[in-house]
Design a protein around this ligand. Structure first.
Ligand SMILES: Nc1ncnc2c1ncn2[C@@H]1O[C@H](COP(=O)(O)OP(=O)(O)O)[C@@H](O)[C@H]1O
Ligand SMILES: [Mg+2]
Length: 281
């Protein structure tokens, strides 16, 4: 199971091992880390390697219990009344029946009532659905939830009861050489552009004027956009102007400027892009 992740996951050996072990031990999991730290990539690879299904749900305020569990088809209810066969299973119901991993991203954005449904399932390993019946969880069913510890949008406080019924693995940003390897794989480009892009996104995470920096996704985007932009402009070698335009395009929406900071996001990115130039070190 762990070996199978090597093909698609760069680094993260220890995390792959502990996540695989916790799932094999029948535990549910909380994956905690900022966006872009490879949580989805890791879990997909592990599920594929184990031959277990993965049902993916985006956590947000609209994820009501009915959307997660399933619902009776309203038009058929009108003509047939409530019947088990007009029930449309939702992702939770499907994952429990198939024995898949239910992967809920951004768990901290999910409404309280929906969290309570999940909690009930983890305690009972079955679910009572009115006018449908009891849905037992197949032996391989697990809940894996991802959370961004710095997410201020999240409304629901994940209850101690959910923590108590799960194991937790924290994923931080990876080292510079690993991030460079990820970018090289996702966005092949000149080595100096790859390393400069990685250095730039790493600087966004430490910059005093930025409250939120960029994940490795920002570096991937810089390299992809820069290559296309150079082609659009007919440049044989990437110009300084094109690199900067790509960095602005890739990063300006991904970072958040500190409140009260008088500088614009473009100015800050220009400063960072200049300092990330390997020639200037
Ligand atoms: N360790 C890693 N190995 C391979 N690709 C990675 C890794 N970490 C991040 N990525 C890449 O970065 C992007 C974001 O990863 P993703 O798994 O979606 O992060 P998350 O789910 O934590 O937001 C994807 O393009 C993914 O391919
Ligand atoms: Mg994800």
């Amino acid at each position: 199971m762990v070996e199978a992740t090597r093909a698609s996951v760069v680094g993260r050996e220890r995390e792959s091992e502990v996540v695989a072990a916790a799932l094999a031990a029948g535990r549910n999991l909380l994956l905690e880390g900022p966006p872009g730290t490879g949580k989805t990539t890791l879990l997909r690879a592990l599920a594929a390697g184990a031959g277990v299904g993965l049902v993916l749900v985006e956590g947000n305020a609209e994820l009501t219990p009915a959307r997660l569990v399933g619902h009776h088809d309203p038009s058929r209810v009108l003509t047939e009344d409530y019947r088990p066969d007009n029930f449309v299973p939702g992702p939770l119901c499907r994952a429990m029946t198939e024995g898949s991993l239910l992967y809920v991203e951004e768990l901290n954005r999910v409404p309280e009532e929906t969290l309570n449904v999940l909690l009930g399932v983890l305690s009972e390993r079955e679910m009572h659905i009115p006018r449908y019946g009891v849905v037992p969880a197949a032996a391989t069913f697990r809940l894996v939830a991802a959370m961004n510890p710095y997410d201020a949008v999240g409304t629901a406080r994940v209850s101690p009861a959910l923590y108590d019924r799960s194991c937790r693995v924290a994923l931080g940003y990876q080292d510079e050489d690993i991030e460079a390897a990820i970018v090289a794989r996702m966005a092949p480009g000149p080595a100096n552009l790859v390393s400069r892009s990685v250095r730039a996104v790493r600087m966004t995470r430490e910059h005093p004027d930025l409250r939120i920096g960029s994940s490795v996704r920002g570096a991937i985007d810089i390299v992809l956009v820069a290559s296309e932009l150079a082609a659009v402009r007919g440049e044989a070698a990437l110009s300084e102007r094109t690199g900067l335009d790509a960095a602005r395009t890739a990063l300006s929406g991904k970072v958040t400027v500190q409140e009260g900071c008088p500088r614009s996001v473009d100015e800050i990115i220009e400063e960072i892009w200049g300092k990330a130039d390997p020639g200037k070190r």
